[in-house]
Design a protein around this ligand. Structure first.
Ligand code: HEC
Ligand code: HEC
Length: 378
């Protein structure tokens, strides 16, 4: 009991720092906790928060996930684009081997991930990082762990050409798509004003529109944010309170409970080399700014229970372990087992309704279609 009260007092003080930190908006960790007087159980700050207070505070930090896709700048939605994007998403012929589609590593039946430590791509090679979920990715400030693609359309051209992923070339992709009359029709319907409809850029735009529909609204946490305070259990509420008071929400906030900025992994305490491999310097490789060494995008925590293993290195399988590591690495706090359990319970309330996506029937190949190259460069 005493330790629980101490934790709350501790947490409230930190919470104030957390809010100041939020308003500052800088990509820096919240300051370390000031010492608290454990014997002072009479302090008014130790009174448990009512669920309404908690709701009001949560509403200032998080937003419920919309049920409709956002408007994409320069890429208006149309059902034709969505359909084309869905077909391209599932089409393994965008890879040189005809064996790998976007869905191979972002399986929509498993919350948009491949459940691999690091993805397996072309010719069974392992890539350098864990595959992040594509669900709700449209709300991230940028794409990839290091944010090197500014949006989903820019992102989509990457894996197709990556030698460790789909190992293809833009020319070969266009020849492949042009060789199938049904694809030409679908592109013309999706891009009716284009002089040339079948282009690498339009392929990426269609995929972006499809991906923008991959949302998971209706999580219990969303119902809570919309005012249904009974949507969370006591333990989950406790977890949410800890999540905000300890400073997790200083980096995991907004509609995606993350995806809003970059932070060094290990701001306070450097994780083991296995979890933070020294050779992956993160965003530093993009910006060459020293402060970005080992900085990564704070990932969305939506559907997090469905997307192990965790971190860009993909070596941590248990969500509770990931929470514990965040406590020490990002906040310099050894969380107790009870605290870890409460936070983990809260994180499970971020699981939303998974999109039900129909697997499309893909256009048949013709004699003009470039044939698969199972190994090596095409
Ligand atoms: C071989 C596995 C593999 C394939 C195939 C693949 N991806 Fe990925 N994807 C990854 C990995 C790994 C990352 C993270 C790479 C990084 O951050 O450096 C990623 C990142 C992403 C992201 C960024 C998400 C975020 O939150 O940052 C999106 C979006 C995405 N992929 C979409 C696609 C699309 C669209 C395709 C098909 C054109 C595709 N992927 C094909 C493995 C794959
Ligand atoms: C200073 C910013 C910061 C703070 C504070 C922070 N995180 Fe993180 N979090 C990150 C970053 C950055 C990553 C990605 C690390 C990586 O893999 O490189 C991450 C990753 C995670 C992951 C793994 C996500 C995935 O998809 O693999 C979980 C879970 C998580 N954080 C939960 C928490 C919890 C719980 C707290 C509070 C105890 C917390 N975080 C505090 C920045 C932060």
């Amino acid at each position: 009991m005493r330790s629980a009260l101490t934790a709350v007092a501790f947490a409230l003080v930190l919470g104030l720092f957390g809010i100041a930190f939020l308003q500052g908006g800088a990509a820096e960790p919240p300051p370390a906790a000031p010492p608290t007087d454990a014997s002072d159980t009479t302090s008014p700050t130790t009174a448990p928060e009512t669920s309404d207070d908690l709701l009001v505070r949560a509403q200032a930090v998080f937003r419920p996930l919309p049920t409709e896709p956002p408007v994409l700048e320069g890429n208006p939605y149309s059902p034709e684009k969505e359909l084309l994007g869905r077909m391209l998403w599932f089409d393994p012929r965008l890879s040189s081997s005809w064996f790998i589609s976007c869905n191979s590593c972002h399986n929509l039946g498993t919350a948009g991930v491949d459940l691999q430590p690091r993805s397996i791509g072309h010719a069974w090679q392992r890539g350098g990082r864990n595959s992040p979920t594509v669900l709700n990715a449209v709300f991230n400030l940028a794409q990839f762990w290091d944010g090197r693609a500014e949006d989903l359309a820019a992102q989509a051209t990457g894996p197709i050409q990556d030698a460790l992923e789909m190992n293809n070339t833009p020319e070969r992709v266009i020849n492949t798509l042009m060789s199938m009359p049904r694809y030409v029709e679908l592109f013309e319907a999706a891009f009716p004003d284009a002089e040339e409809a079948v282009t690498f850029e339009n392929m990426a735009l269609a995929i972006e529109v499809f991906e923008s529909t991959l949302l998971t609204p209706g999580a219990r946490f969303d119902r809570f944010l919309e005012g249904d305070t009974a949507a969370l259990s006591d333990l989950e509420r406790q977890g949410l309170e800890l999540f905000m008071n300890r400073g997790c929400s200083g980096c995991h906030m907004g509609v995606n409970v993350g995806g809003t900025n970059y932070y060094p992994f290990g701001v306070i305490e450097r994780p083991d080399a296995e979890i933070l491999p020294p050779d992956d310097v993160g965003r530093f490789r993009i910006t060459n700014v020293e402060a970005d060494r080992y900085a990564f995008k704070s990932p969305t925590l939506r559907n997090i229970e469905l997307t192990p293993p965790y971190f860009h290195s993909g070596v941590v399988w248990e969500l509770a372990d990931a929470v514990r590591i965040m406590g020490s690495a990002q906040l310099g706090q050894e969380l107790t087992d009870e605290e870890v359990a409460a936070i983990t319970a809260f994180l499970r309330t971020l699981t939303g309704e998974q999109p039900v996506v129909e697997q499309p029937v893909l256009p048949p190949i013709t004699s003009l279609t470039p044939k698969p190259v199972p190994t090596g460069r095409p």
